[in-house]
Design a protein around this ligand. Structure first.
Ligand code: HEC
Ligand code: HEC
Length: 355
């Protein structure tokens, strides 16, 4: 309420003195330190790359401790994500193009090392996003070492290599897909001509194409209800895949006149409905209601622990602390943002059969 009054006051003030922007006294400029904390990108020419170094051997240890559980000891695992290493050859390293990406290739997957053209991207991505459950927790030297380990697995550098800001540009010259980046001029050249030639039409326009999208029946519910796994913010929802597919192709026919706009996620403690809690905390990105995604389906959990004393307290702890080993090697990240009450209400809902 207080914020509303303040906002209203600011609004009225804005009207009274039309020259000053209504928000001119709200907020402040970001400080240099704040900007620096966000400005961490490393460019293809290695601008922005912090100084440092790390060996393949150090990287191997770090990988085993912090990366292998999700990506496999050799970056080969398919369990959480497509493999990081595999599918590249010595010939690719010489040529800078990956044969397995060419038309006609029967290689079943596109691994990270097959696709990535710029080593800066690999360094930057690990630095900002990995490990998945603790992003930005690695020091610069650790990012060098674990990147060196990945590169050694793909035979880009030897096993006794030390990767550093001094030699990284040389290593770039051995990236298997370094010449594989394609520049689509009409798409990306801002002052060029577009790649479509449309004439604006506002009335009685000819229908030239029908855009369709559908899933085969057998695949429809393969990963649980898509609707429940979608982001809770913004207007776009997936289909309710527990229901049969619509008979008319999606995209044909009149568009719905109203779009359901979800309210932005409220602080978890204010959300009473369990399913809203699960969505607001992204639990449904990894857990289906009735099937495994990355973690077990919610309805499988109570069955797994049948007969266990005080299952509710056990699950409350597991939800907040995360961990692995009950269903497999892939860990569930801790969820410290959830209050004990909310974790308990989810645990109770699971014990009651997750309905
Ligand atoms: C808890 C599981 C988990 C752990 C631990 C983890 N990762 Fe990942 N990693 C993922 C997931 C999931 C993705 C895909 C993320 C996405 O696309 O949003 C990913 C993506 C990546 C990618 C990009 C792959 C690509 O082709 O886009 C790299 C590189 C990577 N991880 C490296 C690492 C490194 C290095 C570590 C250890 C420091 C690590 N990961 C730890 C789950 C994990
Ligand atoms: C990054 C993926 C991921 C996210 C996000 C995630 N989980 Fe999990 N969860 C897992 C995995 C993987 C397991 C299996 C761990 C194991 O084998 O012990 C698991 C296990 C569980 C278990 C069972 C624990 C047991 O010992 O039987 C519960 C309950 C659970 N998760 C609830 C939640 C809730 C509630 C949320 C959201 C607040 C959530 N999870 C978010 C991946 C995830």
């Amino acid at each position: 309420m207080r914020t509303l009054i303040l906002l209203a006051a600011a609004f009225i003030a804005g009207h009274a003195f039309a020259q000053t922007k209504p928000w001119h006294e709200v907020g402040r400029d970001a400080t240099k330190t704040e900007v620096k904390a966000w400005d961490i990108d490393v460019r293809p020419d290695f601008k922005g790359l912090p100084k440092g170094a790390g060996t393949v051997e150090q990287g191997e240890k770090l990988w085993e401790a912090q990366c292998a559980s999700c990506h496999g000891s050799f970056g080969e695992s398919n369990e959480v994500f497509t493999p990081i290493v595999g599918g590249t050859t010595k010939a690719d390293i010489e040529r800078g193009r990956v044969k397995n990406l060419e038309p006609g290739s029967i290689f079943p997957q596109k691994t990270t090392m097959m696709k990535v053209a710029t080593l800066s991207t690999l360094w930057d991505y690990i630095n900002r996003a990995m490990p998945w459950n603790a992003p930005k927790s690695l020091t610069a030297d650790e990012v060098y070492s674990v990147t060196a380990y990945i590169l050694s697995l793909a035979d880009v550098v030897p096993a006794d290599f030390t990767l550093s800001d001094k030699n990284i540009a040389e290593v770039q010259k051995r990236m298997p897909n370094r010449n594989g980046m394609v520049f689509y001029e009409p798409l990306w050249k801002a002052d060029g001509k577009g790649d479509t030639k449309n004439v604006a039409c506002m009335k009685d326009c000819p229908v030239e194409a029908t855009i369709r999208s559908s899933l085969p029946d057998f695949a429809r519910d393969a990963h649980g209800n898509i609707q429940e796994q979608n982001r809770v913010i913004g207007p776009v929802r997936g289909a309710d895949t527990t229901k049969p597919a619509p008979t008319a192709p999606v995209g044909a026919g009149p568009r719905p006149t109203t779009v359901a706009v979800a309210t932005p996620a409220k602080p978890a403690s204010a959300v009473k409905d369990t399913k809203a809690l699960l969505a607001a905390n992204s639990c449904t990105a990894c857990h289906g209601m009735t099937n495994k995604i990355v973690g077990p389906g919610f309805n499988e959990i109570a069955a797994k622990h049948k007969g266990k004393a005080d299952l509710e307290s056990y699950l409350t702890g597991r939800i907040r602390e995360g961990g692995s080993g009950v269903y497999g090697a892939v860990p569930m990240p801790p969820q410290p943002q959830l209050s004990v009450d909310d974790a308990r209400s989810i645990a109770k809902w699971i014990v009651d059969g997750a309905k």
